[in-house]
Write a protein that binds this ligand. Structure first.
Ligand SMILES: Cc1cc2nc3c(=O)[nH]c(=O)nc-3n(C[C@H](O)[C@H](O)[C@H](O)COP(=O)(O)OP(=O)(O)OC[C@H]3O[C@@H](n4cnc5c(N)ncnc54)[C@H](O)[C@@H]3O)c2cc1C
Length: 505
């Protein structure tokens, strides 16, 4: 546990409450009952204080980019947690806000304060973006009990990854250096819920139980414009593990060579795990562990230390495993580490971008644009470019977007918007509204990468993009066979059908 002290942050100076009834784990983003560092810490508090553990998982009705899609994914996870908690005899208190809570008490916000008021200590997830830091800080400011946040974001605690970096190549050596020491300190695969932790506490509100027809409940909620659930990607730990197993057995082979080839998800080499990682239904530590074990009985001594800091060969001499882990660790951590230090900077391009990129965008701000589109046209996939429109249709219909096309998708919005600021607003809106993995650190840093973050200047200097890396649909078509991808997208509901609410797939 001493190593994992590096994951712990005290959010206020309030004392522990000696006569508190329980230890409260407020599960905000890492929504699972295993391999969860915050849960491990809450269990440790429970043992040391001799108090039962209460796990509180809530879902508000209104949150930025709220939709039936996000709700369905989160609620499927909550239903799975509800069943697993029941089996283990846990005090798992779920709260799902409905319109009736708007008209009277208790609403989600007041409820949390009431739960904290009876707690000996509050433990929560330390997540560096979206509404999570603000919510945690608000509770810590206004409650009179100690609040602790636990960084369960990745294998190496973010506080051990050093100063902010400007390129993945700078983070990789630090990550490789810290990896072997962090590895034995992974969260518990099977946490022990002892008699003290599971001692019954009665909830002061009617806790949520999964309805028989989750779909009908979600359809009745007032979300405004339809962003329907994605039935091909159900939420929850069981679905996440099934996806991981399928990927490792059938599609990891070929990852290094072919992951960028646009394909239907079931035919391609991308894992499709990012929504599960985002909502915490799956632990990144489990993903890494199981990927490494595809090579046999992997042990930390098998790290290729002479490849430390290099993209290839550090984790394994299996190029597919190594390539996958470079994305799942180095690239994923790039976004988390950046937000850890510079969360507030995502508010504008000026604060987020390196000087060379901002300077170049400014120098080309008044270049004439070959095309410009309104937000309605972007959203409707109504540009002149069939590949851009196809990527947008994939995003709207399935909540995912192929990684290579996601880069192209972002670059083209910059090129065909009136200004870089407008392009940034458009991309944040579309990504976070439709993508199941949206509202993640890598949502903002992925988008900002299109504007030059973590990249370098590229010659030749062009209109509009200046020295930002250029991508085009014509080059993509030369590089990859796109017919299978177009056929796949044609099989999906149209954007119009999805947005008019006529698609319930
Ligand atoms: C414009 C733009 C927006 C993006 N928005 C998001 C977002 O909202 N949420 C999000 O999680 N990622 C985002 N990314 C990064 C990347 O596109 C996704 O993480 C990846 O496509 C997820 O698909 P996968 O799980 O099949 O990836 P795989 O190839 O299977 O990779 C495994 C895991 O590694 C991580 N990963 C892979 N590629 C990247 C990458 N380039 N950057 C960071 N992490 C990576 C993800 O956690 C992913 O689940 C964005 C990238 C761009 C260019």
């Amino acid at each position: 546990m001493r190593y994992n002290q590096a994951r712990l942050r005290r959010l206020n100076t309030e004392p522990l409450r000696a006569n508190g009834e329980y230890v409260l784990y407020w599960m905000q983003i890492y929504r699972r009952l295993e391999r969860n560092h915050a849960l491990d810490y809450a269990l440790r508090c429970s043992r040391e204080l001799g108090k039962p553990l209460v796990i509180y998982e809530g879902l508000r009705l209104r949150y930025p980019w709220a939709s039936a899609r996000t709700h369905a994914f989160v609620l499927a996870g909550m239903a799975a947690n509800h069943a697993a908690a029941k089996e283990r005899g846990l005090n798992y208190w779920a709260f799902v806000e409905t319109p009736k809570h708007d008209r009277g008490s208790p609403d989600g916000h007041g409820l949390l304060h009431r739960l904290a008021a009876r707690a000996a200590v509050v433990v929560t997830d330390d997540y560096p973006c979206y509404i999570v830091p603000g919510q945690s800080e608000a509770l810590a400011r206004t409650t009179d009990v100690g609040v602790f946040a636990v960084d369960g974001n990745s294998v190496v605690p973010l506080s051990l990854l050093g100063a902010p970096i400007s390129a993945a190549a700078h983070l990789r050596p630090r990550l490789h250096k810290a990896f072997a020491e962090a590895w034995p300190h992974r969260a518990k695969a099977r946490p022990v819920f002892d008699e003290i932790a599971t001692k019954r506490v009665s909830a002061p509100f009617p806790t949520w139980t999964p309805p028989r027809d989750l779909g009908a409940v979600i359809r009745a909620l007032p979300f405004g414009e339809p962003v329907p659930p994605v039935t091909s990607m159900p939420g929850g730990t069981t679905a996440a593990r099934a996806r991981l197993a399928e990927f490792l057995a059938k599609r990891l082979r070929g990852y290094a060579e072919a992951r960028s080839q646009p394909r239907a998800p079931q035919d391609g080499h991308a894992s499709g795990l990012s929504p599960y990682l985002h909502f915490g239904h799956l632990s990144i530590e489990e993903v890494v562990e199981k990927a490494l074990h595809t090579t046999g009985d992997w042990d930390v001594h098998e790290l290729r230390l002479h490849h430390r800091g290099k993209r290839e060969g550090f984790f394994s001499d299996d190029a597919d495993v190594n390539g996958f882990l470079d994305e799942a660790l180095t690239w994923r951590d790039v976004g988390f580490q950046w937000h850890w230090h510079r969360r507030a900077d995502t508010a504008s391009l000026q604060t987020a971008l390196p000087g060379w990129a901002m300077g170049s965008l400014r120098a080309h701000a008044s270049d004439p644009r070959a095309y410009t589109y309104s937000i309605e046209e972007w959203e409707a996939g109504a540009t002149h470019d069939p590949l851009w429109n196809a990527a947008q249709r994939e995003l709207v219909a399935t909540g995912t977007i192929h990684n290579y096309l996601r880069m192209l998708w972002g670059k083209k919005v910059i090129e065909w918007s009136k200004s870089p600021d407008e392009a940034y607003r458009t991309l944040v809106h579309l990504n976070n509204k439709y993508a199941l993995d949206g509202r993640d650190p890598n949502s903002w840093t992925g988008i900002l990468w299109c504007f030059g973050l973590f990249d370098r200047p590229w010659a030749p200097e062009r209109k509009v993009l200046g020295v930002l890396r250029y991508m085009s649909s014509a080059n993509t078509a030369k590089k990859f066979k796109l017919d299978p991808y177009y056929r796949y997208v044609e099989s999906l509901p149209t954007i119009e059908a999805v947005r008019s609410g006529h698609d319930r797939s």
